[in-house]
Design a protein around this ligand. Structure first.
Ligand SMILES: C[S@@+](CC[C@H](N)C(=O)[O-])C[C@H]1O[C@@H](n2cnc3c(N)ncnc32)[C@H](O)[C@@H]1O
Length: 157
């Protein structure tokens, strides 16, 4: 049996695997969660995108290539998470799963992990998420909604 290591930009190296007719039984990966964390500023970074749509296009391209290098019955373990970026919440796992299904994969199981991720974030990454503003805005919306409901219920009949 021959073992080959393809090192470098996954988006390109996996295409060489397709050309080389490489077939794998298992893929385990943890791609960047949209732009949530800054790894490097180079083009090769899957986590460096103009828009969420651009990110999802990369993910789609990758999943399609993974399908091409996976043996029938092979397995992909994909670590991902929703993220808050610039004050907006993005449902990455849901959108990613749809892409898997559309590309011929079958859903097996989701494994949920509760991780206190905040400790892993650099201060500037935390700021970029806009999480504090996001929570504040949500709290204000809830307060406004409650005040509206209270005012409605106090109206004379
Ligand atoms: C969520 S982290 C996963 C880290 C990994 N679990 C580890 O322990 O090293 C995503 C990683 O993917 C890398 N990455 C992003 N785009 C890439 C690409 N096109 N090719 C290869 N690696 C990439 C990032 O630099 C980062 O290290």
């Amino acid at each position: 049996m021959k073992h080959i290591i393809y090192k470098g930009d996954t988006m390109h190296r996996i295409k060489e695997m397709v050309t080389d007719c490489v077939q794998v039984h298992l893929t385990v990966t943890s791609p960047p969660y949209y732009n949530a964390k800054e790894y490097n500023k180079e083009d090769v970074n899957v986590g460096n995108n103009e828009t969420y749509h651009d990110y999802m296009l990369k993910i789609e391209e990758l999943i399609s290539d993974i399908y091409d290098v996976t043996i029938p019955g092979g397995i992909v373990v994909w670590n991902t998470s929703p993220v808050i970026y610039e004050g907006r919440r993005y449902p990455i796992p849901f959108d990613t799963n749809k892409i898997f299904m559309d590309n011929g994969f079958e859903f097996m199981e989701d494994i949920l992990a509760a991780i206190m991720d905040a400790n892993n974030f650099k201060e500037e990454d935390m700021k970029k998420t806009g999480i504090k503003d996001f929570i504040k805005k949500k709290q204000e919306q809830i307060k406004e909604q409650k005040e509206k409901e209270d005012a409605e219920s106090n109206k004379p009949a």
